[in-house]
Design a protein around this ligand. Structure first.
Ligand SMILES: CC(C)(COP(=O)(O)OP(=O)(O)OC[C@H]1O[C@@H](n2cnc3c(N)ncnc32)[C@H](O)[C@@H]1OP(=O)(O)O)[C@@H](O)C(=O)NCCC(=O)NCCSC(=O)/C=C/c1ccc(O)cc1
Ligand SMILES: O=C(O)CCC(=O)C(=O)O
Ligand SMILES: [Fe+2]
Length: 359
């Protein structure tokens, strides 16, 4: 590829950047006034080339109070409606105290704001030990890199040995796993009932057990119109619980438009993943979303917990209860590990996995 008059060796630059382990935050700290060329996205996938609207009221904010008592059926209806349409909703009164939300964000911020030398001990593209810090999981597969660093922790079915979790956020990460697992349990019950299934059905399928937590750090970007914070994708798993700070940037695809997911103090963002869309035979929707590169001075921080099944060798597909002669199965059955293999060999950018398994 040629940029200006110079021959540009992209692969070399990417490798050099990855080897430096400084992350995007390190580039910002070094005073870069422009982004390296390998972060520049092609014009058609840049954020401002498509109309961006502020239809944020489309994403419902659902009050979860009374979810185990008087308001349960109302909540089931609201969650079902949101899951069938946009695949995204926010929740308030979810039972996790605001102080816990705040300290989780602060801990991920603190991890990223440590000296490079401390942080780079965790820099890895091998999730084998369950803890890996890096810039973009798909750095070597994607056409363009995105302006974000991520700490990935596999918390379930087995958490990493305690001393492997960075000390600066250890207590908070473990607490966040406990809190989000409780919440995941409640949400899976509501989602199961929303499909007309027994409350415990998704849980019996081990959908609460595989838990991956990612702490994203989106530093201020000097050229936010040329890149993204995370490219458009759907989440592969069952369900995602996302905590974001007050810096906006997350957008959900709605037809040809992008809808902002407004930060709501004390709220959590919930979205449906590919596996749940498949299991539900398209009753629930796994919807594309992205994060803009952060144009603000303050860093954008988010913490996502992905709930995945823990039955690696089991067959997955539309549940028989949800198919009928009138509504036949839309997907073939597949082995979960095959699904995961496809996830990590595809490019993130926009293409969802569901297509592979569609009948
Ligand atoms: C659903 C996942 C993908 C798998 O979780 P799991 O079912 O609990 O399974 P394991 O943690 O046991 O991992 C399954 C396999 O995936 C591998 N893996 C586990 N994380 C990783 C990892 N970051 N890198 C590359 N192998 C991994 C892992 O080594 C293992 O390989 P293998 O032992 O050969 O079966 C889970 O890691 C997860 O939910 N991760 C977060 C999803 C996520 O990153 N979402 C953010 C938006 S999507 C995204 O950024 C996409 C990144 C991407 C990255 C690479 C690509 O080539 C293409 C795309
Ligand atoms: O940072 C965010 O708000 C969203 C992150 C996300 O979509 C993901 O990690 O899958
Ligand atoms: Fe996502």
């Amino acid at each position: 590829m040629t940029v200006g008059d110079e021959e540009y060796d992209r692969a070399k630059d990417v490798k050099q950047f990855d080897d430096s382990k400084i992350g995007v935050k390190g580039l910002v700290d070094s005073g870069a006034a422009t982004i390296p060329p390998f972060f520049v996205h092609p014009p058609e996938s840049r954020p401002r080339s498509t109309p961006t609207t502020l239809l944020s009221d489309l994403i419902p904010v659902i009050d979860l109070s009374g979810a185990t008592s008087s308001r349960r059926s109302t909540i089931i209806d609201q969650v079902r409606h949101a899951s069938r349409t946009l695949g995204f909703f926010q929740i308030t009164n979810h039972g996790i105290p605001t102080v816990v939300l705040d300290r989780t964000i602060s801990a991920i911020k603190a991890f990223n704001e440590q000296p490079t030398q401390t942080k780079s001990q965790f820099y890895s593209r091998d999730p084998g030990h369950g803890v890996a810090f890096s810039t973009n999981f798909d750095l070597f597969h994607s056409k363009a890199a995105s302006w974000r660093d991520t700490l990935q922790l596999r918390m379930g079915p087995t958490a990493p040995e305690t001393e492997r979790i960075p000390e600066i956020c250890r207590r908070e990460v473990m607490e966040w796993d406990v809190e989000t697992k409780k919440l995941g349990d409640l949400l899976m019950g509501v989602l199961s009932e929303g499909l007309g299934l027994e409350e415990g059905r998704l849980k019996e399928m081990t959908c609460l057990e595989g838990r991956v937590m990612v702490g994203h750090y989106y530093p201020s970007c000097p050229q936010p119109d040329l890149t993204l914070g995370i490219t458009s994708h759907t989440d592969p798993g069952v369900l995602t619980v996302l905590l974001q700070n007050q810096i906006r940037g997350l957008q959900v695809k709605f037809g040809e438009d992008w809808v902002d997911v407004k930060p709501v103090a004390g709220a959590l963002v919930i979205n449906i993943g590919d596996i749940l869309q498949i299991i539900s035979n398209d009753e629930y929707k796994s919807v594309e979303h992205r994060v803009l590169a952060n144009p603000f001075h303050e860093p954008r921080i988010s913490v996502a917990v992905f709930f995945n099944p823990n039955k690696r060798d089991d067959l997955f597909g539309p549940l028989p209860d949800l198919t009928s002669p009138e509504k036949p199965a839309l997907y073939q059955m597949f082995i979960y590990s095959e699904f995961m293999r496809r996830f990590f060999t595809k490019e993130l950018d926009g293409k969802t996995l569901m297509g592979y398994f569609k009948l």
